[in-house]
Design a protein around this ligand. Structure first.
Ligand code: ATP
Ligand code: MG
Ligand code: MG
Length: 373
């Protein structure tokens, strides 16, 4: 049987395996640093990597997979490069190296000729202040590494707000690197997900529109309501440019701002992405299946979406909603406030019909406020 090894054991690994197993593919998972493995129970072998582990032994313990991938960007690039001696690692370690560090990521995007928000690097509080001075308010200060769901970043809109984060910044390690970004006035946030095989076949999904709450994705709609052809096309061009420039293999997700100055790339994720979960019920082939197909060199599946779709994240709630829906995915994780516990997908004939159902679903999940606690 064909075997895929996945670094990571969370819900993205879970859904890759759930979608890959019907294709007759076996999975194994590498848990790093005491990671909880509950999400992948019953889906394949789990191997625990110790700091001093022999990489060949790890590879054999994973059942000598024919290809290795990862479910998150914050994975040791050295480990991926060491594993590459035994089988291909897709996306390539280079793609992880670029995307796991915000400054390298922005540099790589601009090197490909694509637009991002104006930014300045900074290595300490004084440099952050100088960068904010240059870019103006509002500004976003983001640590280059270990940021996700809006963590390790601050939005500042005044000298007072900037002064207030001083201690927080100084508390972090001395070598911490930051990137300071100009705050973009956007009409909406969109994301595009695409897959590329080693042969260069590229397929992209319809653009999704994303609503965040406190830095975490809450709702993704696809196709993005009111997105015109031109917007979809320019997003497709951006993503294809990156996929080809990096000789990328697998699924790549691109988050963008729709601003007065057009589409700007916010960040990339070298993996399946939360804003693509709607594809599980709303597209002919899910992003998870297409990722597995891409890294195994299988022809990619059709990415067409039949009807308007929406994905609603279950943040800090794990009770299956009673309202009509086109699928509830529960990841089987321990309940914590704000934690991604699962998601629900709705499909309907029109965006209008969907809008009313989204509101009802948010009310059922989160109560009157329609927002997570
Ligand atoms: P993710 O969970 O998507 O990986 P993250 O923690 O990596 O998130 P970003 O995507 O960089 O963080 O930022 C989180 C959110 O903050 C964005 O989706 C956007 O709403 C807002 N934001 C970030 N940077 C800017 C900016 N330069 N201008 C305006 N809004 C921004
Ligand atoms: Mg991110
Ligand atoms: Mg983001």
């Amino acid at each position: 049987v064909r075997r895929v090894g996945i670094v990571g054991c969370g819900q993205l690994a879970q859904m890759m395996a759930q979608e890959g197993r019907p294709l007759g593919i076996a999975f194994s998972f590498l848990a790093e640093g005491g990671e909880n493995t509950g999400c992948v129970d019953g889906l394949g072998t789990v191997v625990h990597a110790r700091e001093d582990a022999d990489v060949e032994a790890l590879y054999r313990a994973m059942g000598s997979p024919e290809v290795i991938t990862a479910e998150r960007e914050q994975v040791s690039v050295d480990l991926l490069r060491a594993l590459e001696k035994f089988c291909p690692v897709y996306p390539r370690p280079d793609a992880f190296e670029k995307t796991q560090h915000r400054l390298r990521e922005k540099t790589a995007i601009t090197a490909a000729g694509l637009p991002v928000a104006p930014f300045e690097p900074a290595n300490n509080y004084d440099e952050i202040c100088a960068a904010v001075e240059k870019l103006g308010y509002p500004a976003f200060i983001k640590s280059c590494e270990n940021g996700y769901d809006g963590k390790n970043q601050w939005r500042v809109d005044s000298d007072e707000a900037l002064a207030a984060i001083r201690d927080e910044v100084l508390e972090q390690q001395a070598e911490q690197e930051y990137v300071v970004e100009k705050g973009i006035k956007f009409s909406r946030e969109v994301s595009l997900i695409g897959a590329r095989t080693a042969d260069g076949e590229v397929r992209t999904y319809p653009l999704a529109e994303n609503d965040h709450y406190r830095g975490t994705l809450l709702v993704s709609k696809a196709p993005a309501p009111d997105a015109d052809e031109a917007l979809q096309r320019s997003a497709q061009e951006y993503l294809s440019t990156l996929l080809n420039a990096w000789d990328y293999v697998g699924v790549l997700a691109m988050e963008c701002f729709v601003s007065e100055d057009g589409l700007l790339i916010n960040e990339l994720a070298p993996r399946v992405h939360n804003s693509g979960h709607w594809t599980l019920a709303g597209a002919e082939t899910s992003q998870f299946e297409n990722h597995i197909r891409a890294i195994l060199g299988m022809p990619l599946g059709e990415t067409h979406a039949g009807r308007p779709a929406v994905m609603i994240n279950m943040l800090g709630v794990d009770k299956e909603p009673t309202q009509p829906n086109e699928g509830v995915w529960l990841y089987g994780k321990g309940l914590r406030p704000g934690r991604k516990m699962g998601h629900v997908i709705l499909l309907d004939d029109t965006q209008e019909a969907l809008a009313a159902r989204i509101d009802d679903m948010l009310a059922e999940l989160y109560g009157e406020s329609r927002r997570p606690a």
